[in-house]
Write a protein that binds this ligand. Sequence first.
Ligand code: ADP
Ligand code: MG
Length: 254
Amino acid sequence: MSAAVVRAVGVRHSYGRTEVLKGVDLQVDAGEVVCLIGPSGSGKSTLLRCVNHLETISGGSLWVGGHMVGYRQKGNKLYELSDKEICRRRADVGMVFQQFNLFPHMTVLQNLIEAPCRVLRHPKGAVVERAHALLARVGLSEKRDAYPAQLSGGQQQRVAIARALCMQPKLMLFDEPTSALDPELVGDVLDVMRGLAESGMTMIVVTHEIGFARDVADRVVFLDGGRIVEDGSAEQVISAPQHVRTREFLAAVR
Ligand code: ADP
Ligand code: MG
């Protein structure tokens, strides 16, 4: 077994009879930042959802943190995971969505400490301390008693990132985290993500922010029609794409 944090081999996924992932091979090593780009409907969100146990793959194999997603291996046999086991595995993966999905009836601080206290059963004092440090890191210490509706979209998204980090994940998934934001709020969120990347976090980022991908990503992966068309350094894929589909896509988003 390699030291990969994510390893997908021939991963397939179908919604009903429509196959949307058609054999995806992808490896993400510890500390790597991979930007996943591609047209709408190409399967980017589905791939992230498979990595986070939100979808069941229909073919191939997928490992996250050395564990096969959805299964427990014992000797040569595979056993399907129980809901409780899935919950425990999922705790290792933080996910940030386009819509921030904060708990609207909880303050910022409560949003951060809820899952670590309830799911991980970490002692509250330690979690609160961690939450304060994370809010400082995303520049929102003074908002800890505010409710989500009192924050801008950019602030809410930074809270969502801090909330995911409060679970101390080994991998962070971002699904178009800045797509729902007013343009002037995008920069602060990207700055937080850049800092996280610099701290050594393993990240898969679905984004149309090509500038961010060029600056921050160790690798850029172009997905089209459920297949990886191009996978290389940011320099290679963005500045010198090999495939006509990649070139067309980049021309359209820039
Ligand atoms: P992307 O994130 O790249 O835009 P998605 O992974 O969301 O692409 O979707 C890939 C394809 O799967 C699209 O054709 C989309 O319409 C379809 N799809 C996504 N979610 C569902 C679903 N829950 N049920 C049926 N089809 C879906
Ligand atoms: Mg999507």
